[in-house]
Write a protein that binds this ligand. Sequence first.
Ligand SMILES: [Fe+2]
Length: 138
Amino acid sequence: MKRFKSFFIMFFCISILSYGQFKLSPLPFKYNALEPYIDSTTMYIHYNFHHTAYVNNLNKALEKHPELYKKDILELIQKLNELPADIQTAVRNNGGGFYNHTFFWTILAPAGTADMSIKLEQILITNFGSLDKFKAEF
Ligand SMILES: [Fe+2]
């Protein structure tokens, strides 16, 4: 009986976590991976509280119009005025927060683990003379 209860609780939790189209993607690095530039508490809060809330609230807003679960987040945001009026504000706020946080995780990387694009490097050299001069400015 105890095993059954444990299984039921686990199944219930997984069902809740996987409800809706939009998901909380795994953070691609540890919370402390960006220290000393961004501390682990800040990362934890943004991921577990902000991003999670945006995902849950976005999915909750779309419950009223489940056909919208099929749409991509950019399509929802870019065509906000075409959405039912009763969810436009919720999709703008929570869809925007969802997109921003999802994007945020993809542009961050622990020091020394990502290469600068050639295009950015050329722009910095053009504007500062060299990468070392750019770094010296900051
Ligand atoms: Fe945040």
